[in-house]
Design a protein around this ligand. Structure first.
Ligand SMILES: Cc1cc2nc3c(=O)[nH]c(=O)nc-3n(C[C@H](O)[C@H](O)[C@H](O)COP(=O)(O)OP(=O)(O)OC[C@H]3O[C@@H](n4cnc5c(N)ncnc54)[C@H](O)[C@@H]3O)c2cc1C
Length: 434
C-alpha cells in the first residue's frame, strides 16, 4: 500500500532558511501599517484587501474598471481544483495548501445565510487524460502523493454516476472542489469593514514620498481624482503591473482566454459536478452553463467566434452528448503568467540595487553572500495567477497580509522564495543575463 505524502493534515517539516540565499531576506517590519492602497480589484486584489482589513488596516482598493472583477476574475464560473505535482516539494505543498485554504475560506464566506451564495461545492471531475499536458502525471504518482480526501481515482462508471452524465474514460474526483461565482466572491471580499472601493480609476504612476512620513503615493490618470496616500501599496493589477517602471523587470506574460456561455440542453442540465477534459463544463445556473476556456498569446479583448467554436468542438470531442449546445454569449479575460508558471507574491525587489549587490554571481554562480536583499519597503506584489487564480489568490492574499504585519508566514520560507520576484533576477545573474 502506498502512503500519501499530502494527506491534508499538517505535518512537521523543516525548510532551509535563507542562509545561502540572503537575497530573499526581507527588511523587518518595524511598525504595523495603518493604511493600504491595493491596485486592482480582481481575485488577487480583493482577497489581499480582505486579509489586510481583517487585521485592522484601512484599505482602499482602486480599479480602472467600473465594477470589481472586470478582467480575468469576471468570468461567471471559475473552477476550484488543485494543481497536481509528480513529487513532493515546497511548491507542490503551496498549491495544495492554496486549494485547501480557498475551499475552507469559501465555505465560511460563501454560504452566509443573509448573503448571495457564491460558492458551489459540487466537486470537480477531471478526465485522467487531461492531466497537466506539459508535464504528464501518472495516476500512480497522483495516488502516492495525494490523499483520497484531496483526489480520488474513479472508474468511468463511478465517475459518470457522480457527474450525472456519461463519462467514457476514468477520471479524477476532487470532492472538496467546486465552482465559484467569481464576481460574487470579489464583491463579498470588498463588502467588509475598513475596505473602500474606488472604481473607474486607472493608476498611472506610483512612488514613495520623499517626505518624513515615507508614505507611498498612487497617482490616478484622471487628474480630477486625488492621489492616494498610504503606508503600503499592493500591486494586484495583473499584467498591467509592467506599466510601472519600478517593477517592469518582472517577466509578466499575457494569455487571453474566452469562456462560452450556453443555454442548457436536456443532456447538459443533468451535470452535477464541474467536468474537465480539454474544456470544462459547469453545472447550470438558471439554465445557463459555462464552457471554459480558450488559450491565446494575445491581448485582444474582442469576442472571437472562432474561440467559441473551438470551445464547443473540444468539449464535444470528450463528451459527445454536449455537441448540440449553442453559444449565447462569451466572457473574455486576459490571464497573467510568468515564464515558470508560478505566481509572484511578496515584497517588490529593488532590481537595480540587487543587481549591483550580487553582480559577482555572474562570474561565480556559487559565490556565498551575507548581505540581505534590497527591497522597496512597503511595496508588495500579488500577480501572475495564470489559470489557477481561484485557488492561489486567497492564500496569496493571506500570505501577503501576514508578511505586511510581521506575522509568522502561513507558507514555508522555501515556498516564499519560490514565489518571490527576486527569483528572476538571481536566475538571470547566475545565467549572466542581467
Ligand atoms: C476564460 C478564463 C477562464 C478561467 N478559468 C479559471 C478557472 O476555472 N479556475 C481558476 O482558478 N482560474 C481560472 N482562470 C484564471 C483566473 O481568472 C485568474 O487567475 C484570476 O482571475 C486572476 O486574478 P487577478 O486579480 O490576478 O487578475 P484580474 O482579475 O485580471 O484583475 C486585475 C485588475 O486590475 C485592474 N487594473 C489593471 N491595471 C490597473 C491600473 N493601472 N489601475 C487600476 N486598476 C488596474 C483591472 O481592471 C483588473 O480588474 C480563468 C481565466 C480566464 C480568462
Amino acid at each position: 500500500m502506498t502512503t500519501a505524502v499530502f494527506s491534508g493534515l499538517s505535518q512537521e517539516q523543516t525548510y532551509p532558511t535563507y542562509k545561502n540565499e540572503p537575497w530573499y531576506r526581507l527588511p523587518q517590519v518595524t511598525r504595523m501599517p495603518r493604511t493600504a492602497t491595493v491596485i486592482g480589484a480582481g481575485l488577487a486584489g480583493c482577497s489581499t484587501a480582505y486579509a489586510l482589513a481583517q487585521r485592522g488596516i484601512q484599505v482602499t482598493v482602486v480599479d480602472s474598471g467600473n465594477y470589481p472583477a472586470s478582467n480575468a476574475s469576471g468570468i461567471h464560473q471559475l473552477a476550484l481544483r488543485p494543481r497536481l505535482f509528480k513529487t513532493a516539494s515546497a511548491l507542490a505543498e503551496f498549491y495544495l495548501q492554496s486549494f485547501l485554504f480557498a475551499a475552507s475560506q469559501f465555505r465560511l464566506l460563501g454560504t452566509e445565510p443573509s448573503r448571495d451564495k457564491f460558492w458551489h461545492p459540487c466537486g470537480v471531475i477531471q478526465l485522467s487524460t487531461a492531466l497537466n499536458k506539459r508535464n504528464k502525471l501518472s495516476s500512480a504518482a497522483v495516488e502516492s502523493l495525494y490523499g483520497s480526501e484531496i483526489v480520488e481515482l474513479l472508474e468511468k462508471k463511478q465517475a459518470s454516476e457522480i457527474a450525472g452524465t456519461l463519462i467514457a474514460e476514468d477520471g479524477l474526483h476532487f470532492q472538496l472542489g467546486g465552482w465559484v461565482d467569481s464576481p460574487g466572491l470579489c464583491k463579498r471580499y470588498l463588502d467588509s469593514a475598513r475596505i473602500r472601493f474606488v472604481k473607474d480609476c486607472c493608476i498611472e504612476r506610483i512612488e514613495k514620498s520623499s517626505s518624513a512620513n515615507g508614505q507611498w503615493q498612487a497617482h490616478p490618470k484622471n487628474l480630477s481624482i486625488s492621489t492616494f496616500q498610504s503606508d503600503i501599496i499592493v500591486l494586484a493589477n495583473s499584467y498591467n503591473a509592467s506599466c510601472f517602471p519600478i517593477v517592469e523587470s518582472i517577466p509578466l506574460r499575457t494569455v487571453r482566454g474566452q469562456a462560452s456561455y450556453t443555454d442548457s440542453s436536456e443532456a447538459s442540465i443533468k451535470l452535477r459536478t464541474v467536468l474537465c477534459g480539454q474544456r470544462s463544463l459547469f453545472p447550470a445556473v438558471d439554465s445557463t452553463q459555462t464552457i471554459s476556456a480558450s488559450y491565446r498569446q494575445e491581448i485582444d479583448e474582442a469576442r472571437s467566434k472562432n474561440d467559441d467554436q473551438e470551445n464547443l468542438n473540444a468539449l464535444a470531442a470528450d463528451f459527445p452528448q454536449f455537441s448540440t449546445l449553442k453559444v449565447s454569449s462569451s466572457g473574455i479575460g486576459i490571464r497573467c503568467n510568468t515564464p515558470d508558471f508560478k505566481p509572484v507574491i511578496g515584497m517588490a525587489p529593488n532590481f537595480e540595487k540587487m543587481i549591483e549587490e550580487y553582480a559577482h554571481l555572474k562570474l561565480d554562480a556559487g559565490k556565498v553572500f551575507s548581505n540581505p536583499g534590497h527591497y522597496h519597503n512597503g511595496l508588495y506584489l500579488n500577480l501572475a495567477h495564470g489559470s489557477n487564480g481561484l485557488a492561489t489568490a486567497p492564500l496569496a492574499g493571506e500570505t501577503l497580509a501576514s508578511m505586511i504585519c510581521g506575522e509568522v508566514s502561513p507558507i514555508s520560507t522555501e515556498a516564499l522564495a519560490n514565489l518571490s520576484a527576486t527569483r528572476f533576477l538571481i536566475r538571470d545573474l547566475k545565467k549572466q543575463r542581467s
